[in-house]
Design a protein around this ligand. Structure first.
Ligand SMILES: [Zn+2]
Length: 230
């Protein structure tokens, strides 16, 4: 078993993103075909162009944010597996098949991810796994950063995890699972990560729905009166 824990950067506010917060059992293997990744590639590029995926300057250096995943089709792949962008790819405008990883299993209780591919998976793979484990019909999970959506969560009526539940902890995992048990939250298809600054996650059975939810929320936030915007 390998544990990645020192390949990220420390944020000025003490929150660590880009650090793998779970036990990772990773096996290097060949990239998937470009055709297999086409849907994720298309939406990932749109979210990058909108600034929902990208890279920010910190005191410690540039730090990538945002990631997208796709559950493997149940009929063709009965195992619990999903494709996800690799760790620290947020700053790249265009990804190649070498920038994707295949998560082959997870254990939420043991905080463990199994993965294979040309690069290790996103540091936020376990969060994506919570959505796939909780909602059988979800096939796409998109995670972006948006100060506008995040700061307007209440005004927009979006479900949100508590701001005092630090990201990457068992508490936030339990909060997400509790939220996803609520019919209103499942219907919203989008969760604001209160304890993860600017973090927003959309989830849906179709990629276009997960993408539209993020874009619609961004448009609604920008349409609010300036008093709602922090
Ligand atoms: Zn994030």
């Amino acid at each position: 078993m390998g544990i990645l824990g020192k390949n990220g950067l420390e944020r000025a506010d003490g929150e660590r993103e880009g650090v793998t917060k779970f036990h990772l059992r990773y096996t290097r293997s060949a990239p998937l075909s470009a055709a297999r990744l086409a849907t994720l590639q298309g939406w990932r590029r749109i979210l990058f162009d909108l600034g929902l995926i990208g890279q920010e300057a910190t005191d410690s250096g540039p730090l990538g944010f945002g990631n997208v995943s796709e559950r493997c089709h149940a009929e063709q792949d009965p195992e619990r597996r999903f494709l996800i962008t690799a760790t620290q790819t947020g700053g790249k405008p265009v990804l190649t098949p070498k920038d994707y990883s295949l998560v082959t299993g997870w254990d939420l209780v043991a905080n463990r991810i199994d993965a294979e591919g040309p690069s290790p998976p996103s540091s936020e793979s376990l969060t994506h796994a919570i959505f796939y484990a909780s909602l059988a019909d979800v096939r796409y999970v998109f995670h972006g950063h948006s100060p506008e959506i995040w700061s307007c969560a209440n005004a927009l009526g979006l479900p949100s995890t508590a701001r005092d539940a630090p990201y990457g902890t068992p508490e936030i995992a339990r909060e997400v699972q509790t939220l996803l048990a609520l019919p209103d939250c499942r219907a919203a298809g989008l969760v604001v990560m209160g304890g993860h600054r600017n973090g927003v996650i959309s989830f849906a059975a179709r990629a276009e729905d997960a993408g539209h939810l993020l874009i619609q929320s961004l448009a609604r936030a920008r349409g609010l009166a300036p008093t709602h915007q922090a």
